[in-house]
Design a protein around this ligand. Sequence first.
Ligand SMILES: NC(=O)c1ccc[n+]([C@@H]2O[C@H](COP(=O)([O-])OP(=O)(O)OC[C@H]3O[C@@H](n4cnc5c(N)ncnc54)[C@H](OP(=O)(O)O)[C@@H]3O)[C@@H](O)[C@H]2O)c1
Length: 331
Amino acid sequence: MNIPQTCNAVVLNGPSDFSNGQITLPSLKKGEVLVKMAFTPVNPSDLAFLTGNYGLKKAFPVVPGLEGSGTVIASGGGFLANNVLNKRVACSAPAAGNGTWAEYMITDGNKCIALKPEVSLEQGSMFFVNPLTALSFSKQAKKTNADLVVLTAADSALAKMILFFMKNAGIPVLGIVRKPERTAPLETEGFKKVISSSDSDFQNNVKAFTKGYRNVMFFDALGGGSLSYSLLNALPDKAQMVIYGRLDLTEPGFSPQDILFKENIIRGYWLSKEAGRKSLIEILLDVRKVQKMLTSGFETKIQDTVGIADIAEGLDKYVKNMSAGKVLLKF
Ligand SMILES: NC(=O)c1ccc[n+]([C@@H]2O[C@H](COP(=O)([O-])OP(=O)(O)OC[C@H]3O[C@@H](n4cnc5c(N)ncnc54)[C@H](OP(=O)(O)O)[C@@H]3O)[C@@H](O)[C@H]2O)c1
């Protein structure tokens, strides 16, 4: 096998300053693998990383990209690295150093999962970020005996995965979207109800639908703005809000007395932190559930695949219409 010493990559030189460039590939250390990348998605977390707004910071210059798929073509040795050698894998980026938006990536062998033959490299490139989050939310909802789950950004790729796991758990899901024309199609996909936040009677519609529920869990992708908090205010007392995204970058608009008198709980969720606390057994069980989801016919919608030279156009296309599906980088 010819091991390359350099390769093409997207290089981030500072916040919002990226270009196509070449990176050098150092020799592999024990436990590491070299992945010949096939596909990598653009996720909201990547947009946050590009602009310097993500929870994980890396020294510049750096290759962005948190997850992807490809083939392991070399191993630095050790059981976990050798175990995935010559396999098609889903892979995630190392905690420090270059990420997935490159022709080749060096990562830890334990950050690679061999894909089942039925899972395409396109779908496999989105193995970690959204599926593991959706799985975690279904566990959290079951643990708290939630009788209703509420989602903002209900037309997102992650929301469809959350719906998949909630259906399995038998928990109904209320979706909130900002485009009224998306309510009916999403209800046919299995949401118990979908309400548009642009309805003039939005809060009353939410109140009318949720009034019989006693234990509501609200997973919020927006974080900022006032919509999420007026939604929380319209939910039954004691509803629990889990903020997991910051799609709305404006200042959060809430009144503490609403939260106080309704006895709400508001907390945050970040997969990276949770993943660091998991045992190997828990990780293996989760991975098995994600493989099962991906081999059950579930697919994330893909609107386009672009080459590395067209990254700027690809990002633009994704940002302009996120609900149309993921944009993948193809190597
Ligand atoms: N905390 C964690 O560990 C974690 C893990 C995974 C994902 N996430 C978060 O989960 C969220 C969804 O990710 P994804 O990959 O599923 O995204 P996605 O498929 O790209 O979809 C994004 C969705 O957000 C909607 N949206 C964008 N900006 C909005 C705004 N200002 N107000 C209302 N809706 C807005 C879009 O709807 P329109 O059609 O209306 O534009 C679109 O449906 C992101 O915030 C991501 O960062 C967090």
